[in-house]
Design a protein around this ligand. Structure first.
Ligand code: ATP
Length: 242
């Protein structure tokens, strides 16, 4: 279980990005964190994965606990070793490396090197397209294929929880649907918990168990997906549905 309690993040000692954010990701569940541009979704993910510091951000209040251990303040590598992996944005894969070389970079903290070839095959099981493209330079892939590769890198780290930052961004609708089906399949077959940040509420809620809505750095709504979708006023106000 990942538990964030009352977290506040400030950038450059002056910009308050999120405040009083509390959320939980139970083992094996898919949780969606929704909200519009600038709401604080990426900031929340970076607070968890330890990537805030390199952007001039700091957690100024609250705690982050994973499997009953406080993880905030730990180095990003240490957090990966604990089993939390934030997928890089699809467009930030290493464009000068092939697909397979990129996948290998996802395994950098792994000590059980002998299992790595099997894990590459597991990635190809979820994303057969990547197998066909395995020798291709990643810079030549489409946006959707790069997103698959970014998630594939995540699988290579054998995480207990995957953090995904807007997997739908800039990708054709048909491919978005496919990628979210792949994410659900990884969750079901590997038991990996998922925290997915999305502006596209519709697609995120199609696979999530529970969702939170962020607005101006605060959680303004939360609930099981069944409950949120059955409330017309919530749908209209927060989820962008008609
Ligand atoms: P988007 O979907 O546009 O990425 P978001 O919900 O992920 O939005 P964040 O990127 O977390 O939002 O941004 C939250 C707030 O923090 C915004 O006001 C943003 O301008 C500010 N912010 C984010 N990153 C930085 C940074 N490196 N330095 C200063 N301010 C930042």
């Amino acid at each position: 279980m990942l538990r964030i309690n009352n977290v506040e993040v400030v950038y450059n000692k002056s910009i308050l990005a999120i405040r009083g954010v509390s959320l939980e990701v139970p083992d094996g569940k898919i949780v969606a964190l929704l909200g519009s541009n600038g709401a604080g979704k990426s900031t929340t993910l970076k607070a968890i994965s330890g990537l805030l510091k390199q952007e001039g951000g700091a957690i100024t209040e609250g705690t982050i606990e994973f499997e009953k251990e406080q993880i905030h303040g730990m180095d990003p590598d240490k957090i990966v070793e604990k089993g939390i992996f934030q997928c890089i944005e699809g467009r930030r894969v290493f464009t000068h490396l092939t697909v397979e070389e990129n996948l290998l970079t996802g395994a950098y903290t792994r000590k059980d090197r002998k299992n790595i070839p099997d894990d590459i095959e597991r990635v190809y099981h979820y994303f057969p397209k990547l197998k066909m493209l395995r020798k291709k330079l990643s810079g030549l892939l489409s946006g959707g294929e790069q997103q698959m590769l970014a998630i594939g890198r995540g699988i290579m780290a054998r995480p207990k929880i995957l953090l995904l930052d807007e997997p739908s961004l800039g990708i054709a609708p048909l491919l978005v649907k496919e990628i979210f089906e792949n994410i659900k399949q990884i969750n079901t077959e590997e038991g990996t918990s998922i925290l997915v940040v999305e502006q596209n509420a519709n697609i995120a809620l199609s696979i999530a168990d529970y969702a939170y809505v962020l607005e101006n750095g605060r959680i303004v709504m939360q609930g099981s997906v069944d409950k949120l979708l059955s409330d017309e006023s919530v749908k209209a106000a927060y989820l962008g549905f008609d």
